[in-house]
Design a protein around this ligand. Structure first.
Ligand code: APR
Length: 250
């Protein structure tokens, strides 16, 4: 597809070239091309009959901690095998070209940092870390402990993945920093997210209220689409490299 076919116009590239501050919000669509399935996509194999929304909740963990821990172990294995894709890498390049850049991600896979992005806020935690389900503090299983879920080495309660589940609050300081970056940017880019899950989904409107231009990258429509100044249709791994290339060649 041509640049114009993706929605990348001269007007957009000139605004991006002049931008002092850019804030990016990413969702699981960015990692889809790395082989990490999006949250709302059908799951495969053993897990196909479970809805992620039914497993990623405090109630599910209370009901069946073993099932939830095993599901996360499966997801951790997927993440371990995954590599950052051209979409992740384009965002690294983008960061180098903008004076003030912040990447707020809803993804828990750590692929942005692995690609080389530096100013990253993980709004929903990181799947590779664990924490105590009672004390809430970061903790890892004792080496060789095969229990499922393993106990917290401090207090013996179950460990759980250090991610934000449906119905849980985001870490306050992390969300406050993302919010501030949304209010202070010239351009806000929303990439690969369904814009359905709050409070992350409120960041683009905060940015727009403060005068930022909104750009969305997604193959499909989302609730954000009607409010976006530019809609770039396509996969993140295809659109973002072309967008960043367009900044390079005046
Ligand atoms: N490139 C860009 N976007 C894509 C791609 C791609 N290759 N593939 C899919 N998408 C889009 C889909 O069209 C959809 O809008 O990515 C979005 C994925 O939506 P969700 O699965 O809802 O993921 P996300 O928005 O990240 O979910 C937010 O909710 O499920 C919880 O905590 C979980 O962090 C997650 C949050």
């Amino acid at each position: 597809m041509s640049d114009a076919g993706m929605g990348i116009t001269n007007a957009l590239t000139s605004v991006l070239r002049g931008a002092r501050g850019v804030t990016v919000l990413t969702g699981s669509g960015v990692s889809a091309e790395s082989g990490v399935p999006t949250f709302r996509d059908a799951q495969t194999g053993l897990w196909a009959r479970y809805e992620p929304q039914e497993l990623a909740t405090p109630e599910a963990f209370e009901r069946d901690p073993r099932l939830v821990w095993e599901w996360y172990q499966w997801r951790r294995d997927l993440v371990r095998q995954a590599e950052p894709n051209p979409g992740h890498r384009a965002l690294v390049e983008f960061e180098r070209r903008v004076p003030t850049f912040l990447l707020a991600t809803q993804n828990v896979d750590g692929l942005h940092r692995r690609a080389g992005s530096e100013n990253v806020l993980e709004l929903h935690g990181n799947i590779m870390r664990s924490k105590c389900s009672v004390e809430g503090v970061e903790a890892e299983p004792r080496t060789g402990d095969e229990s499922v879920p393993p106990p917290c080495p401090g207090c013996g309660a179950f460990l759980r993945p250090d991610v934000v589940w449906f119905g849980e609050a985001l870490p306050e300081d992390v969300f406050a920093a993302a919010s501030e970056a949304a209010r202070n940017c010239d351009v806000f880019l929303s990439v690969g997210t369904s814009s359905l899950v709050y409070p992350a989904a409120s960041l683009p409107s905060e940015a727009a209220r403060s005068g930022a231009m909104l750009v969305e990258v997604n193959p499909d429509d989302t609730p954000l689409t009607p409010h976006a100044d530019y809609t770039l249709r396509g996969r993140a791994g295809e659109v973002l490299p072309v967008l960043v290339d367009a900044l390079r060649t005046p």
